[in-house]
Design a protein around this ligand. Structure first.
Ligand code: 5AD
Ligand code: SF4
Length: 447
């Protein structure tokens, strides 16, 4: 979501006639788009921001803006510790960047005229409620040429006990279906082939819209857009995953056979403390339904270890869950204390040492599972949407299967944007290597 927010900021800069600099020392404006989901992300930001002090001292005309969730939370208190910051704007106020660019241009001219202008006069913040943000059509400068992110909703109403997002991104709001559809039509005309629909909880899309449309309805509508051959979405909250969504994924071939369905923990006690509003049994039932309806579905998940109150027995339940469910991929994190969240007040916080040991165990177990799953794909013939040159080996092309496995193969740049048929020759930990085969040999895969 943050990456896509940055694309929106780039879009606004582009429309204002600015171009992206690849050298921080040449930039007229530096925007740090921040994440505050865990403390580590926050600390990384402070260290980056600290390093900008020297650059600003050398070039006082440089503008520094702080965007994203930390900006939203800290507001103008950031100016106190970092007096060289000029603009602070939150994730629901990206549209304010436009007017800031215009006004700071004016300010800059003034500054050039009167060198003695104080820094304070130029500072501004945009962290206020922006109730119409979801209806705004922002320009987007996308990073790729094949796959595109598309926001379908903003904010979250779930208030999981560990999570800062409802406090930084605000209440859940869905974009109108016609705006999303138009965006997809535009993307198709630009040559994009795949979209990933973004929301903190896509399964509650449309709840507050008046047109009686839910997430599966949105998917069906978007399925009609010619030129877009694959549709993905993140993230699904397990409690809102409906039979209708499973059926829609099964029936509509452009919907990729992959779902990111964060479990967070395997123990019902911990899930309840987390305010996730499902039990492991409920979750398992949904996974079984998904696997039954779509046998080759890939399921990935998020896990938090060391949530307050998680004892050894609870943690074992998480390991058991991973063994049972056999995820295709996993993001695992140590619980991190976040401001404002309910979990701060829970008893029995876990030491960092125990969290580290638990995280290692989870990652190690999942590595084995992922690798085993990849090995099973050796010899399979899969359809791959080619995205570009492989980062790890510039002589190869890279792409993904519908169920999100990364596949590298010997191809050419002319393959970019095409669906190619690949026989998997070798499985690695995080990707597959294969060779191109005749189209007619594809089996069991989607458009
Ligand atoms: N500590 C650790 N992980 C967290 N996540 C969200 N908040 C926290 C936190 N305070 C994880 C969850 C979520 C993912 C995006 O980040 O697993 O699904
Ligand atoms: Fe955070 Fe829970 Fe909302 Fe996801 S569903 S953004 S974890 S509060």
């Amino acid at each position: 979501m943050n990456v896509h927010d940055s694309e929106k900021m780039s879009g606004i800069f582009s429309e204002s006639g600015c171009s992206q600099s690849d050298d921080i020392n040449n930039a007229d404006v530096i925007v740090l788009n921040t994440c505050s989901i865990r403390d580590k992300a926050e600390q990384k930001f402070y260290s980056k921001l600290g390093r900008l002090r020297k650059i600003k001292e050398k070039r006082p005309e440089l503008k520094v803006a702080v965007a994203g969730c930390i900006a939203q939370q800290k507001g103008d208190t950031l100016f106190k510790n970092f007096p060289y910051v000029d603009f602070v704007f939150g994730p629901n106020n990206i549209d304010n960047l436009q007017s800031w660019i215009e006004s700071s241009d004016v300010e800059r001219r003034t500054l050039d005229d009167k060198k003695n202008k104080t820094l304070d006069a130029r500072r501004s913040t945009a962290i206020q409620d922006n109730p119409d943000y979801h209806n705004k059509l922002l320009p987007v400068k996308r990073e790729g040429q094949v796959r595109a992110w598309v926001s379908i909703m903003y904010g979250c109403d779930n208030f999981c006990a560990y999570c800062v997002v409802p406090y930084t991104r605000g209440r859940e709001r869905s974009r109108p279906i016609r705006d999303i559809r138009h965006e997809l039509i535009g993307l198709a005309s630009e040559g994009f082939k795949e979209v990933t629909l973004l929301g903190q909880n896509v399964n509650s899309y449309g709840k507050k819209l008046n047109d009686n449309i839910d997430f599966p309805d949105l998917l069906k509508e978007l399925h009609e857009v010619d030129g877009i051959t694959r549709i993905r979405f993140v993230t699904s909250h397990p409690k809102d995953l409906s039979d209708k969504l499973i059926q829609t994924m099964k029936d509509f071939p452009k919907l990729c056979n992959h779902i990111h369905l964060p479990l967070q923990a395997g123990s019902d006690k911990v899930l309840s403390l987390m305010n996730r509003r499902y039990t492991y049994g409920d979750y398992k039932e949904k996974v079984n339904m998904l696997k039954q309806a779509i046998p080759d579905i890939a399921i990935t998940s998020d896990i938090i270890v060391g949530f307050p109150g998680e004892d050894d027995g609870d943690f074992k339940m998480t390991l058991n869950a991973l063994k049972e469910i056999q995820y295709d991929g996993l993001f695992a994190f140590k619980y991190s204390k976040r401001p404002d969240t309910k979990a701060l007040d829970l008893p029995d916080h876990i030491s960092e040492d125990i969290k580290s040991v638990r995280l290692d165990k989870v990652l190690k177990l999942q590595e084995e599972i992922t690798f085993d799953k990849n090995i099973k794909l050796e010899g399979e013939i899969l359809e791959v949407l080619v995205e570009g040159v492989s980062e790890s080996d510039k002589s190869r092309m890279t792409g993904r299967t519908g169920n999100n496995k990364i596949v590298n193969f010997n191809g050419t740049e002319e393959d970019i944007g095409n669906l190619v048929t690949i026989k998997i020759l070798k499985a690695m930990q995080h990707s597959l290597f294969g060779e191109r085969v005749q189209e007619s040999r594809v089996h069991g895969f989607q458009v």
